[in-house]
Design a protein around this ligand. Sequence first.
Ligand code: EPZ
Length: 417
Amino acid sequence: MSIWRVQGGYPLDGSLTIQGAKNAVLPVLAAAILTGSEVELTNVPRLRDVEASLNILRHLGCAVGRQDDVVRVDSRSMTGCAIGRVLTGQMRSSVIFLGAILARCGQARIAMPGGCELGPRPIDLHLAAVKALGAKVDIEEGEIVCRADGLIGGTIDLALPSVGATENAMIAACGAKGATVITGAAREPEIVELQGFLRALGADITGAGTDTIAVRGFATVRRVGWRVMPDRIAAATMLCACACAGGDVELRGVDPEHVRSVSDVLGRMGADIHTGSRRVRIKCTGRLKSGGKVVTEPYPGFPTDAQPLLMAASLKADGVTVFEENIFSDRYRQGREMVRMGAKIEIAGRRAVVTGVERLTGATLTAEDLRGGASLIIAGLGAGGETAVYDSGHVARGYEGLDRALSTLGAHIEFTE
Ligand code: EPZ
């Protein structure tokens, strides 16, 4: 169990370069095994989920090396096509390897991913996607077993714009004979990033960022270099941290378009937002107003991952903020912890109503998921006294040194394993 100790009452000030994106690098690491080529990734963040993915690649027989922010994957030596419970237990989203292993090996065996702190995490859309390409799918003793004597291109209609299922469909389609069309696709920036990487690998793929993606074939290339895009949710975290603590913060490297839905709400709350190419600056002086209604939706709507973060920024805002969480069924756990700081939050199903209070008091809290844990830490920035967040490793899954990042901006925060 680790502890984040935050002394509240210190405004943030300064500039910060945003880390590489967790939700972009994970599918790229899976796709790296597609062609048996050598891949060199830069700007790879140091995260527990990345380490778990590198362990999976080594387990499959790939040669994997890491030096600072550079990761090399050589999948020519890949021999395995199975990922067992121990590895899927380390990272729920290991299902993202399904399409790549199936495309490379013609078969795949992956232990069913556990549920997670956000509610049930079904994978029916992932399985329907590979079935549409001719794969036979069985569940045997808690494992997904896929077999395909060669995938055949076809049409994949996604009933929901699932990010992971869209990524698995794109990657599997690269290993299929003939053309594939994916409809109902997710439109997140991480999908566009994956398309860019697949094109660098030699795939003929277009349409990412819209709801229809076409994959027409693959010409293997040897070596590929790729720089991971900045993490828009890490950026949203810092914007909301400044809203909690007050101050003046500039984020570098981030595409303002990717955080637009979050910065728009913060602007509505009275924060001063300035954007330039690959930078966003936020200034918060005095008490913010409430953001009104905040509804989470697939991109380009308000991202579910930023909902706990904006909730933290709303706790002391003047007025009532109504959250509607439409993506995950159990994503308000942080709210029950924030109440211990003196916050006023009523949670009923998909809705959470936050009534702003004048002050919060530091408390001892428990992180129950990645973004919820981060939201408790940034809420502590705006509370009187010390907030101690007990964390069984959730935050390190998605943030590279959140304590160091906040300290460089003047926060008084201490992290102990
Ligand atoms: C990705 O998860 C992200 N993770 C999540 O970020 C993010 O919250 C989510 O997309 C939504 O944006 C990664 O990219 C590694 P989904 P994913 O499939 O792909 C339902 C974080 O904090 N669904 O888009 O698992 C599902 O239940 C994490 O960084 C099905 O019904 O999310 C959910 O209600 C948390 N069947 C909705 O779709 C399926 O087969 C969206 O899930 C798949 C999903």
